[in-house]
Design a protein around this ligand. Structure first.
Ligand code: ADP
Ligand code: ZN
Length: 217
């Protein structure tokens, strides 16, 4: 069973690797960031509130985030495994998820952490482009799409995320170290944590991740 939490600072490569893991291991990739961006695009009152928080790089409340994840992870497509990306992001979220996942019989059995130094993250995020339609991410320097500005997977025009600017990234990194990095010890003490080097390069990291996933499934 692969009930996975994918961790790592913004820009470490979570989205990139989640894309092939979802396909190759047939488990749904659930990104709270994508869920919030969908809510933001809907133009609802809640979506507009979320937009303000996300665009300045801050975290959405634990309560709202946990409620959203509980609803999504309770769906039947998550019964045979899931890949959670961007959640939990705080200790209260991790504690809540421990309880909820037990209740719904979907406990985490693997936590993958992709580590990466700040200087590299800043470089990657400033040159990142994403597909607002399917969530695929690219980089204008290191992971160019086949056709400039167009998503390889779905043909939609690529955009730069509003929170992928220097100022918001500073807030996101500060939040990461303050609120999210403590989760590494939380999962280490539960013997669930597996560390990977985000500087390896996407192809080499994929090989390493595949070794772990193949023996865990
Ligand atoms: P990244 O990992 O590149 O920073 P994500 O796409 O995972 O970005 O998330 C984008 C934004 O969505 C975050 O900066 C935050 O505002 C919000 N968000 C995503 N997941 C959570 C979460 N678990 N708790 C609170 N806020 C979240
Ligand atoms: Zn796309």
């Amino acid at each position: 069973m692969l009930n996975i939490i994918l961790m790592g600072p913004p820009g470490a490569g979570k989205g990139t690797h989640a894309t092939w893991i979802e396909r190759d291991y047939q488990i749904p990739h659930i990104s709270t960031g994508d869920m919030f961006r969908e809510a933001m695009a809907s133009g609802s009152e809640l979506g507009n509130k979320i937009k303000e928080i996300v665009n300045r790089g801050d975290l959405v409340s634990d309560e709202l985030t946990c409620a959203l994840v509980k609803e999504r992870l309770s769906k039947p497509d998550c019964a045979k495994g899931y890949l959670l990306d961007g959640f939990p992001r705080t200790i209260p979220q991790a504690e809540a998820w421990e309880k909820i996942s037990k209740e719904i019989g979907r406990e985490v059995n693997l936590v993958i952490n992709i580590a990466c130094p700040d200087a590299e993250l800043i470089k990657r995020i400033s040159t990142r482009r994403v597909c607002p339609n399917c969530g695929a991410s690219y980089n204008v320097v290191s992971m160019k799409p086949k056709k400039e500005g167009i998503c390889d997977l779905c043909g939609h025009a690529l955009i730069q995320r509003k929170d992928d600017n220097e100022e918001s990234l500073k807030v996101r990194l500060a939040n990461y170290y303050k609120s999210t990095a403590p989760l590494l010890d939380f999962y280490k003490s539960r013997n669930l944590l597996h560390d990977f080097d985000g500087m390896l390069g996407a192809e080499k990291l994929k090989v390493e991740l595949n070794k772990l996933l193949a023996k865990s499934k």
